[in-house]
Ligand binder design. Structure first.
Ligand code: SAM
Length: 230
């Protein structure tokens, strides 16, 4: 399997990430010009995970995000359905579990917070996943999503739309073990809803107080929300 289609068949998506897993961390840094670290640090600040809290990092991949969120002493669990991605992160000192975002193997209200960085746009059904995540987060718990988005500054939006796809494909060729996978990533970025539309999907899934902040002119956005108390 070299790449997934935009139908986002779960087996195709998992197989595609298995294929890029060995070079994922490096390819990601190259493709984002190192901005990925800043975006994860900003996500960690918004998440504000504290010691004693249980945090689900969903679509954690190689757990590069999980280890960032665990820095303040919270118990952070890396969950992903690509065993290849998880295996390539075993050197990171965080617990890991194989899990599909649409069918989470956790009891209701198990976590104080759930977070997803650069994973949600690969889910086959965004709203259904957000409903499932709400099930495993306790009432009053938090949701924080970091994902590519739509630049708000017109010239950046122009560059983004016109050149990102080509640049991503080109960089993927140099930095990834599976260049075709980066064509899928570029396509999935272009097809992803903008900040306001994603906020609506989150609210429709039952989350309250949805708000977002833009990073790097809106190239990336962090959305946060709360699970309504009973
Ligand atoms: C781009 S990586 C993001 C990894 C990490 N969170 C980061 O910040 O770099 C996206 C991950 O989402 C995972 N993923 C996609 N769909 C999933 C699903 N339905 N359930 C669990 N993981 C999923 C993929 O396997 C992949 O590891």
């Amino acid at each position: 399997m070299s790449r997934a289609s935009l139908d986002k068949d779960p087996q195709e998506v998992a197989a595609m990430f298995d294929g890029v897993a060995s070079r994922y961390d490096r390819a990601n840094s190259v493709m984002t010009f190192g901005f990925d670290r800043r975006w994860r640090s900003a996500t960690a600040r918004v998440l504000d995970a504290r010691p004693g809290e249980k945090v689900l990092d969903l679509a954690a991949g190689t757990a590069v995000s999980t280890s960032e969120y665990a820095r303040n002493g919270a118990w952070c669990l890396a969950a992903d359905f690509s065993l290849g991605m998880l295996r390539n992160g075993v050197h990171r000192a965080v617990p890991m579990v194989a899990a599909d975002a649409l069918h989470l193997p956790f009891a209701d209200g198990s976590f104080d917070a759930a977070t997803i960085s650069f994973g949600i746009r690969n889910f086959v059904d965004t709203k259904a996943a957000l409903v499932e995540i709400a099930r495993v987060v306790r009432p009053g718990g938090r949701l924080v999503i970091c994902e590519v988005s739509t630049p708000t500054f017109a010239p950046i939006r122009f560059l983004h739309a016109k050149f990102l796809r080509r640049a991503t494909t080109l960089l993927g060729r140099f930095s990834s073990s599976n260049p075709d996978a980066y064509t899928y990533l570029a396509e999935s970025m272009a097809a992803w809803p903008d900040q306001r539309a994603l906020a609506r999907i989150i609210a429709d899934a039952g989350w309250a107080g949805v708000e977002w902040m833009n990073l790097t002119f809106g190239v990336v956005a962090i959305h946060r929300a709360t699970k309504p108390s009973l």
